[in-house]
Design a binder for this molecule. Structure first.
Ligand SMILES: [Zn+2]
Length: 58
């Protein structure tokens, strides 16, 4: 999966089909905005790491 920062679109092409600029490779699905639970899972992970209370105080 690749991402064009100019158009803010995802594509599979190395060059953006819309503006022709080189796209940026984006990593695993956990960084995908299409994953509605990504944020939640990251929060859980933080809570595991720092303890729930501390995360809430941040
Ligand atoms: Zn583009």
């Amino acid at each position: 999966m690749r991402y064009c920062e100019s158009c803010k679109i995802y594509t599979l092409e190395e060059n953006c089909p819309s503006c022709g600029k080189k796209t940026r490779g984006v990593g695993p699905a956990r960084f995908s905005p299409q994953d509605p639970y990504g944020e939640y899972r990251r929060k859980l992970k933080k809570e595991e790491k720092y303890g729930k209370k501390e995360v809430e105080n941040r």
